[in-house]
Design a protein around this ligand. Structure first.
Ligand SMILES: Cc1cc2nc3c(=O)[nH]c(=O)nc-3n(C[C@H](O)[C@H](O)[C@H](O)COP(=O)(O)O)c2cc1C
Length: 277
């Protein structure tokens, strides 16, 4: 629990007003167990009178990212599918993980763990096992026994497109030894407990997105990898190979490495349709 040092507190009530779970009784300094440990009380206190339940409190540093900088950064970040054969040092990978403490999480539950696959053999294993799992999975969905049910129960699933995907996976396996992982030197797997009601999937994609942006600011390229996520479905047999606990599910996967290609131009794409209400 955070802790209020009443001798420093001036009763300005900033923490009380900003607490999303109305957990603070300032008169007694009590914090109720509805506290979600978000640290807003710590962040807002002008006297640094609220101590966090973990670690120290530091003054926020001003940043110099202008809206124009951020726009330019976003337009320059492209999916990287071609990597230099240069390892990403563990210190850099851990730097990416350390920053995850700043990323948002539904109800601040922070349910995610990260497996970093960063040996050539393990990345190859992940690539091959994912390709095989996808070929099996799509083969099952497209089989004459299952596909009629899929056509009725999930009419938006395009069976012929899936068949083309499967054939292309099988074809590529013959002459591309990294069709899923693109020879990336590291793959980050974001996983959490399998749950229908939780928000781990949303958290994972947000954390992977922030990580991708941060990685690009330090000269790395990234690729979100939906194929790995699909291959490592619920109760995946791949889990133990990549230190994913049996009751966890991989919700996002991010390839990371130093890019071999540089993009020169901003390619226009349509902004989403907007409704102004
Ligand atoms: C959720 C998600 C999953 C993706 N999965 C893959 C993937 O498995 N393999 C791949 O090569 N690219 C994957 N991508 C990259 C997209 O194809 C890419 O973002 C898109 O083509 C736009 O290109 P850009 O990222 O360079 O702007 C994925 C992107 C997202 C957001």
């Amino acid at each position: 629990m955070p802790f209020i040092q009443l001798e420093k507190c001036t009763k300005c009530l900033k923490c009380v007003k900003d607490c999303p779970s109305s957990a603070i009784t300032i008169e007694t300094g009590e914090i109720a167990d509805t506290c979600i440990h978000c640290g807003h009380c710590v962040a807002i206190c002008p006297e640094m009178a609220v101590r966090p339940d973990f670690g120290e409190v530091f003054l926020l540093q001003p940043h110099s990212v202008t809206p124009k900088d951020f726009r330019n950064l976003c337009s320059g970040i492209r999916t990287c599918r071609s990597y230099l054969q240069k390892d990403v040092p563990d210190a850099v990978l851990l730097q990416l993980v350390d920053n995850m403490k700043h990323y948002p999480s539904a109800s601040n539950e922070r349910p995610l763990q990260v497996s970093i696959v960063r040996s050539k053999e393990k990345v190859k294993l992940l690539n091959d096992q994912s390709a095989e799992a996808l070929i099996r999975l799509i083969g099952m969905v497209c089989s004459p026994w299952v596909s009629p049910f899929i056509r009725i129960l999930a009419p938006s699933v395009n069976i012929s497109k899936l068949k083309r995907y499967r054939n292309s996976f099988i074809e590529k396996q013959k002459n591309n030894d990294s069709q899923i992982c693109h020879h990336a030197p590291a793959v980050l797997l974001f996983h959490g407990k399998t749950s229908k009601s939780g928000m781990a999937e949303a958290d994972a994609n947000i954390w992977a997105t922030y990580t991708s942006i941060y990685a690009n600011t330090i000269g790395l390229g990234t690729c979100f990898n939906g194929f790995i996520v699909k291959a490592m479905g619920k109760k995946s047999k791949l889990n133990p190979l990549f230190k994913v606990p049996a009751n966890h599910q991989v919700y996002a996967a991010l390839l990371v490495g130093y890019p071999k290609v540089k993009y020169r131009n901003e390619a226009s794409r349509q902004s989403p349709i907007v409704a102004l209400l």
